[in-house]
Each structure stands twice: as C-alpha cells, then as structure tokens.
Design a protein around this ligand. Sequence first.
Ligand SMILES: *[C@@H]1O[C@H](CO)[C@@H](O)[C@H](O)[C@H]1NC(C)=O
Ligand SMILES: *[C@@H]1O[C@H](CO)[C@@H](O)[C@H](O)[C@H]1NC(C)=O
Ligand SMILES: *[C@@H]1O[C@H](CO)[C@@H](O)[C@H](O)[C@H]1NC(C)=O
Ligand SMILES: *[C@@H]1O[C@H](CO)[C@@H](O)[C@H](O)[C@H]1NC(C)=O
Ligand SMILES: *[C@@H]1O[C@H](CO)[C@@H](O)[C@H](O)[C@H]1NC(C)=O
Ligand SMILES: *[C@@H]1O[C@H](CO)[C@@H](O)[C@H](O)[C@H]1NC(C)=O
Ligand SMILES: *[C@@H]1O[C@H](CO)[C@@H](O)[C@H](O)[C@H]1NC(C)=O
Length: 280
Amino acid sequence: MDHLKVKVTGVWILITIFCALSVEGVAYGGHCTTSANCTETDNICGSNNKCNCSSTTFRKNSAECAAKVDLNAVCEGGESADQCEDSLAECRNDSGYKCLCKDNNFEKQTVLCAPQIVLNAVCEVGESADQCVDSLAECRNDSGYKCLCKHNNFENKTGLCTPRIAFNETCDNTDSAADQCSQANMGCLNDGLGIYKCLCYSNYYESSGTCYDRKKPYEACNEGQCVVHATCNVNCTCDMGYEASPIVSPTQCNGGGRETVSLLYLLAMTKVASQMLLSR
Ligand SMILES: *[C@@H]1O[C@H](CO)[C@@H](O)[C@H](O)[C@H]1NC(C)=O
Ligand SMILES: *[C@@H]1O[C@H](CO)[C@@H](O)[C@H](O)[C@H]1NC(C)=O
Ligand SMILES: *[C@@H]1O[C@H](CO)[C@@H](O)[C@H](O)[C@H]1NC(C)=O
Ligand SMILES: *[C@@H]1O[C@H](CO)[C@@H](O)[C@H](O)[C@H]1NC(C)=O
Ligand SMILES: *[C@@H]1O[C@H](CO)[C@@H](O)[C@H](O)[C@H]1NC(C)=O
Ligand SMILES: *[C@@H]1O[C@H](CO)[C@@H](O)[C@H](O)[C@H]1NC(C)=O
Ligand SMILES: *[C@@H]1O[C@H](CO)[C@@H](O)[C@H](O)[C@H]1NC(C)=O
C-alpha cells in the first residue's frame, strides 16, 4: 500500500514539474501581452489581453480553436454563433445544419453573404432572385437595374410590393400609385355608391375583367360598349341629337349640330318609313 502511495506521489510530482517546464506560455483565456504568449493552436492575444481563437477559427466544444466553416458547409447546431467563416452567415438547420446567410442577406455568386437590397435601389444583373429584400420584388432594368416590384405587383404607399387589384375589387383611393389596378386603363374609382373599386376609365368598357376601348360609331357591339352618346343597336349608333364624327372612320358622337342632326334624323326616319311602305 505504502509502496503504491509513494509511486503515485512520485508520478504526480513528475507531471507537475513537466507541466511547469513545458507550458511556459499561456492557455486559452489566460492573460497575455503578445500572441507569442499563447501556446494553444490557433490562439492569439486578443484585444482584452486574453488568449483567444484567431479570426479564422472559433472555440469548438470549449476545447480547441477549430477552423471556421465555409458558406453552405456543414456546421454544428448549438455551437458558437461565430463558427461560420462569413460574418453574415449563421449555422441554421435546412435539411441539416449548414452555414447559411442570415435573414435579410442573400448569397452572392462569389459565395459571400451580402445585405439584401431595398426597393428601388441598384441591384446586380445575374445575382440570385432573392437579392431584393422585398420577396415580391425582382432585379429589373428600368433605366438601370433596380429592385422593382414584380409584374402584377405595385409599390403601395407603405413602400412595399403588393399584388395589383383586379377589376371590381376594392382599392385604396388614398394611395397615389397609378398602377394599383391590374390594368393600365383601370383606375381606383368611386363606384357611385361611395366605394372605391378598380373600374374602367370612362373611355373603356369592361368584359371578363378586362377594360377595352369603347366601340366607335358603326362598330359591331354589345350593350354598354359604345362611346358616350351612342347606343348599341347591332352596331354603335349615335343617340338622337348626336352625329358620328369625323364622317369618315368616326370615333365619337358629337352633339354640336343638334338642330341639323335632329332634322337629318327626321329626314332619315321619313326615308325609312317610305322604304317600308315601298317594300310592301
Ligand atoms: C474571443 O473573441 C471573441 C470575438 O472577438 C469574443 O467574443 C470572446 O469574448 C473572446 N474570448 C476571450 C476568452 O477573450
Ligand atoms: C508574454 O511574452 C512577453 C515577451 O516574451 C513576456 O515578457 C511576458 O512575460 C509574457 N507574459 C506572460 C503572461 O507569459
Ligand atoms: C432540421 O430540418 C429538417 C427539415 O429540413 C427537419 O426534418 C429536422 O427535424 C430538423 N432538425 C432539427 C434538429 O431541428
Ligand atoms: C436598360 O433599359 C434602358 C432604358 O430604360 C435601355 O436603354 C438599356 O438598353 C437597357 N439595358 C439593358 C442591358 O437591357
Ligand atoms: C402594403 O403592402 C404590404 C405587403 O404586401 C401589406 O402588408 C400592407 O398592408 C400594404 N399597406 C397598405 C397601406 O396597403
Ligand atoms: C361588382 O361587384 C359587385 C359586388 O361587389 C356586383 O354586385 C357587381 O355586379 C359587380 N360589377 C361588375 C361590373 O362586375
Ligand atoms: C349598323 O346597324 C344598322 C342597323 O341597326 C344597319 O342598318 C347599318 O348598315 C349598320 N352599319 C354598319 C356600318 O354596319
């Protein structure tokens, strides 16, 4: 028993001496004045005068300074936040833990994370679709490439992209965006009952949710499709007191020569009546 005790004590003394001689430097977290003081692998003397992991390494398992992980490479969930090489990346689970760009950042083609670009700011052609912060925006050329709302979306008064509004759906008349309705010839108009809806401007008629140019005099029509002061009667016919103008390829019904038109109408009616009599 005593023999063993002496042996253990001897070994202990030897280990202590060995340590004192070989580890003349400073361990991780110990006080240092220069990086040369720090003896553990990849340790440097940090700004707080403590031995710390170098900038390309991170403290892994509270045991060593291990190389930081590349973007998209496997990392360890629960390990320190700075384990990813890219400072704008984080270790996140996406079918397994990987170093992925943090929220509001996107991965550039150069395999670096960069902050996503706000609406109307300059973006880069060929970069990924998620380079724009607004998920309903895209990088498009409009006098230079910018993050702009995707087609069928508009920038609302809060500066966010939102889907354009279809015919007869309620709209926001306090929003000055000219493109909030789904078509160019539609506007956010009072429906006559005080409700603002996307409706066709007066020079257009609606069919299946689309606004079309109103039918001109003599054009084949359906009810409600003719220009103002015209009524559909197989083709668009100017109302009494109005005449198609100009005479060749008319585009509208003018009420300028009211008396003359009325007279012509009377003459025409007389002619029609006499033809009817003749055809009997
Ligand atoms: C090591 O550096 C990191 C990042 O600069 C810092 O957060 C951490 O507190 C430092 N650790 C020590 C032991 O100084
Ligand atoms: C750090 O290194 C310097 C220069 O070699 C030395 O003077 C100093 O005593 C060391 N400090 C520690 C804490 O080991
Ligand atoms: C990681 O994500 C996958 C799906 O991508 C999921 O099935 C799995 O449970 C997640 N693991 C953890 C630890 O959250
Ligand atoms: C970008 O759009 C402008 C007009 O807005 C045009 O002059 C230019 O050629 C376009 N550039 C490309 C690369 O399409
Ligand atoms: C603007 O668009 C965003 C995103 O689509 C939406 O959440 C928000 O309600 C809209 N704001 C207004 C005032 O319509
Ligand atoms: C518009 O919608 C209302 C119900 O909100 C409906 O009564 C009306 O007929 C619709 N108008 C058109 C032109 O579709
Ligand atoms: C327009 O319709 C009337 C019948 O309503 C017809 O007499 C006339 O020939 C038509 N004109 C044209 C140009 O189609």
